[in-house]
Write a protein that binds this ligand. Sequence first.
Ligand SMILES: *Cc1c(COP(=O)(O)O)cnc(C)c1O
Length: 432
Amino acid sequence: MFVSENLGVNENGHLTIGGIDTVDLAQEYGTPLYVMDEQVIRSNLRRFHESMQKYYDGKGEVHYASKAFSCLEMCRIVASEGDGLDAVSIGELYTAVKAGFPMEKVGFHGNNKTDEELEYAIEVGVGHIIVDNLPELRRLEKIAAEKGVKPHIMFRIKPGIDAHTHDFVKTGQIDSKFGFALETGEAFEAVKEAVSCENVKLVGLHCHIGSQIFDIDPFVEAAKVMLGLIAKIKDNLGYEIAGLNLGGGFGIKYLNEHDPVPFEKYLEKVSEAVKSECARLNITQPMIYIEPGRSIAAPAGITLYKVGARKEIPNIRTYISVDGGMADSPRYILYGSEYEAIVANKANEERTEKVTIAGKCCESGDLIGENMPLQHAESGDIIAVCATGAYNYSMSSNYNRLQKPAVVFVNNGQSRIAVKRETLDDIIRNDI
Ligand SMILES: *Cc1c(COP(=O)(O)O)cnc(C)c1O
């Protein structure tokens, strides 16, 4: 009935998540509120994990892309499932460290890492650093020499694959700020330099072609292209690349009409391509890593808001204004992303209207969505927006000096705070 399978309706006609009444959650913790269902996170991690084990005969690892949603509790959950993590900043690394995450299972990304970040990554012992460009390689070589260590690195490669997704989240084509281009020979030249470095060890290649991708083909193509590069490196330099990271980007269901391929299917198809290409190219199958973010966190989350004003503009549209907006839900203003919404206290009623749900920020573009089918919503109702577990909390801001909402985890009928709501003093804590 709803986009996310963990949502239901109870005897009061209220929306439930993980068996808990969302209207009660709104009352207990206040709104806006991010709610994450721990069981969904765990089950998604396990689905990826088990498929990687199965399709790569134990030579596959899952690294959750923490930029999708990160906090101490999320890092602890990923660690407890035995999976790795991908971090893209010193802040994401720090969160993992403070959560007690096993740092050897962390990959450190970024197209413009600072020296401070590289030094920190080395100090905390990340498993590998995914190097984006030659100046970074040279800086890292120098830092490693000074510290007398030899960090493991991978190279971020642009495989030249069009991922058929929104321009802002495409990353595999030549016109991208991320990584070394393959077609131009830039990637191969960089590998040549890396294998002669004394203070870093090149252990893998990495690609990530984009996000919210619904086709299998671009993933298969990217894997083939990357294996071709691994074969070229072996044939020309006599150097064996031990690991191949194929990134994340698996599409999820935001609306009922979305029909993503189950991610087991992606992994199965890609693994078939990997195996046959390795045989054809006569290379040993590398360790395969994937980095799903959205597909793990998004379906686990909802955001709860309280309705304030209802504004009917005859022959134009009806605005339903809620107590949050682009500060906690920035994907609409960024990419025009669509979501399903439900009036949580009228969840068993028909959706009889199509409305624009507006935020409370001082921007006309501050919307949760337009043309959204919804139950008749009035002041005081609670609205749930579905599948908001990824790239909402993690992209939230204090625009208009709004306090960031709390994050609550639910688990089989129990709820607990994972991130406190910001206080007014938090808003001015760094002001002097
Ligand atoms: C964003 C990103 C991911 C995760 O992408 P999702 O679409 O959330 O699965 C994985 N790897 C890298 C390098 C990324 O930049």
